[in-house]
Design a protein around this ligand. Structure first.
Ligand code: GTP
Ligand code: MG
Length: 332
């Protein structure tokens, strides 16, 4: 009881954003209905369809449509004090991917703290290998591209491989057993469990664990499996949105990096080009600071494309999946 009140307080303090009731057509009564149904913020509202909002809140569809549009409009209106922003940036550090090319694509030094990096792509494109490599590299000293920290690996698909970690650790000249000890692995059995694990992580950090990287492999698989069918899409997106929101909050509060993997699905609306699109669509895209699309390249290489970033151009980088993890050169 007291704990959930604390959480509410914390939420109010850290968000300071526009509220549901700031939207024209949404009074306290409707806001309460929405909150009871799991829509807590503008992002939750922005991703709804007019029909489902109309049903949920008992308003006409025209009012619902206007409210959704207003929420979408207001989401782009967050300003941040320039000095405050610059100060935050000073504390940011980077975790090397093991590849200069891929680091370069990410702005020069790798995966950034206080940010969420998403890698999506087909099976075998290297998402898990990148996650495993980062779990090792975060433990390196800062001058070698690490953060002297521990990693949390949330495994939804049973893909965590201690043997691979040992191999990658040897590749950077680290003690394999020590490296394994500094990776806290949890198997998430369903989306609720996956969400719950974030509370646990926050707790461990408060207890002094120097966690500097959270890997979620995969972010969306459980959500996708549990919320099958079109009728459940809005519910799924809301739950995912809340989760992403809390992940970003953890990244900012604890100055840690978050790396998530995501699947692709065929996009029937797209006639030309790469017919694949990331699961979770706009919601995940909106929450990710950096979005990488991974695919197989020529002669066993992999290609990463920067899809969406606040300050980086849409470039491509080539890398290899090697015995030692992610590298610029193929195994010799
Ligand atoms: P899904 O999870 O199935 O969607 O794919 P993913 O994108 O996570 O693929 P993953 O990162 O697991 O990449 C698998 C590929 O990594 C394999 O096809 C191999 O090419 C490569 N790989 C995995 N282990 C090793 C290794 O020990 N040595 C080398 N050279 N390559 C490896
Ligand atoms: Mg994988």
């Amino acid at each position: 009881m007291a704990k959930s009140e604390d959480k509410e307080e914390e939420k109010k303090k850290t968000e300071g954003e526009a509220k549901l009731t700031d939207i024209p057509g949404i009074g306290p009564g409707i806001a309460a209905k929405l909150e009871a149904a799991g829509v807590y913020d503008l992002m939750g509202l922005a991703v709804m369809s007019p029909v489902s909002l109309s049903d949920m809140a008992g308003v006409g569809e025209a009012v619902a449509r206007k409210a959704i549009q207003a929420a979408r409009g207001m989401l782009n209106l967050g300003f941040s004090d320039g000095m405050e922003f610059a100060k935050k940036r000073e504390n940011v550090f980077f975790i090397t991917t093991g590849s200069k090319n891929l680091n370069g694509l990410l702005g020069g030094r790798g995966v950034e703290t206080g940010a969420l990096t998403e890698a999506y792509g087909a099976f075998g494109s290297g998402k898990t290998q990148l996650g495993l490599t980062l779990a090792v590299n975060v433990q390196l000293p800062k001058e070698h591209g690490g953060a002297n920290g521990k990693a949390v690996f949330i495994d939804t698909e049973g893909t965590f491989r201690p043997d691979r970690i040992r191999q990658i650790a040897e590749g950077v000249g680290a003690n394999p057993e020590k490296v394994l000890k500094n990776i806290l692995v949890a198997r998430a059995f369903n989306s609720d469990h996956q969400i719950l694990l974030l509370d646990k992580i926050n707790e461990m950090i408060r207890d002094g664990e120097p966690i500097k990287l959270i890997i979620i492999d995969s972010l969306t698989a459980h959500f996708r499996a549990e919320f099958a069918g079109r009728g459940m899409l809005a519910d799924r997106q809301q739950k995912l949105n809340r989760y992403l929101h809390n992940l970003m909050k953890a990244a900012e509060q604890h100055n840690l990096a978050i790396f998530v993997t995501n699947q692709v699905m065929a996009n029937p609306a797209m006639m030309f080009g790469d017919p694949t699109t990331a699961v979770g669509g706009n919601i995940v895209g909106h929450a990710s600071t950096y979005r990488l699309y991974l695919r197989r390249g020529k002669q066993g290489s992999r290609v990463a494309k920067m899809i969406d970033s606040p300050n980086l151009p849409e470039n491509e980088a080539m890398f290899y999946l090697t015995g030692k993890g992610i590298r610029d050169e193929q195994d010799g």
